[in-house]
Design a protein around this ligand. Structure first.
Ligand code: FPP
Length: 252
């Protein structure tokens, strides 16, 4: 009941678009769910449930203000170490959300896709992911919301290196022809631009294996706000800070 009341209250503020320039690709490490729940005497899983609602709100807000790509770290390759109940709650949240996204994608005008090492996910989740990704591919004109599930930056680079090595072994590629772009094209994000802006809520100041290759020139933004408390106004504040930064990409 407490959780329901909190959600009801938070849902009462509809996101309002603004007219500020926005990054093309924003990525978020959705951190602080456990602490949010602990502060309220709730189980950690309650934090993830509210965090999933925050994801819906912020993904919609990003689409409304013109962000083409919104990417979130939903489950890392290391998160399997968490208690079984927490892992299964997260998997159920993914199930529920993917089912919903398949049906509402056209209406919401957000192409929802999942990336990561999906081979170890439960077969029904893999099936939902396949349907969701197939649906998303039919909608190139939509904004894209990407869930990184069983994602690890090092794991992704290792898989890319393996795939490239296999092409070299098969005589399809010469080692001297391997470029940075070859590597980018073998990552899960091959079809997306690199993130311009990476946001980490909850006061933690580290990258935690998220989009390691792709973040080479990203601007980072850290805030103490816990992810379940993150509002469209927090996104506006982050984007204002992004717009104040002077991105030089190694130039002067
Ligand atoms: C890190 O916070 C968060 C996660 C490991 C999971 C994030 C997943 C969600 C918010 C659910 C997403 C669901 C959908 C449908 C998109 P933490 O639990 O480590 O927080 P703590 O550092 O405060 O303990």
């Amino acid at each position: 009941m407490a959780l329901f009341n909190i959600l009801k209250k938070e849902d009462s503020t509809p996101p309002q678009p603004s007219d500020r320039p926005v990054p093309q690709h924003i990525a978020v490490i959705m951190d602080g769910n456990g602490r949010w729940a602990k502060k309220r005497g709730l189980p950690r899983t309650a934090g993830h449930k509210v965090g999933a609602e925050t994801f819906r709100t912020i993904a919609t807000y990003c689409k409304n203000i013109g962000v083409k790509y919104f990417t979130v770290y939903a489950f890392s390759t290391e998160n399997w170490k968490r208690p079984e109940e927490e892992v299964s709650t997260l998997m159920n949240l993914f199930r529920r959300y993917l089912k919903e996204a398949i049906d509402t994608m056209a209406k919401d005008e957000i192409a929802v896709q999942v990336i990561g090492d999906l081979s170890v996910l439960a077969p029904d989740i893999r099936e939902l992911v396949a349907r969701c990704n197939a649906e998303a591919q039919k909608r190139p004109e939509f904004s894209v919301a990407t869930l990184c599930i069983n994602y690890g930056g090092r794991d992704e680079i290792k898989n890319a290196v393996r795939a490239i090595a296999q092409e070299v072994q098969a005589g399809q590629l010469k080692p001297e022809d391997i470029t940075e772009d070859t590597i980018s094209q073998h990552l899960y994000t091959a079809h997306m631009p690199d993130p311009d802006f990476i946001i980490r809520p909850s006061g933690e100041i580290r990258t935690s294996n998220f989009l390691l290759w792709q973040s080479a020139y990203a601007e980072y933004y850290f805030t103490d706000v816990l992810w379940p408390d993150f509002k469209p106004a927090d996104m506006d504040a982050a984007i204002d800070e992004f717009n104040r930064r002077n991105r030089r990409f190694g130039g002067v």
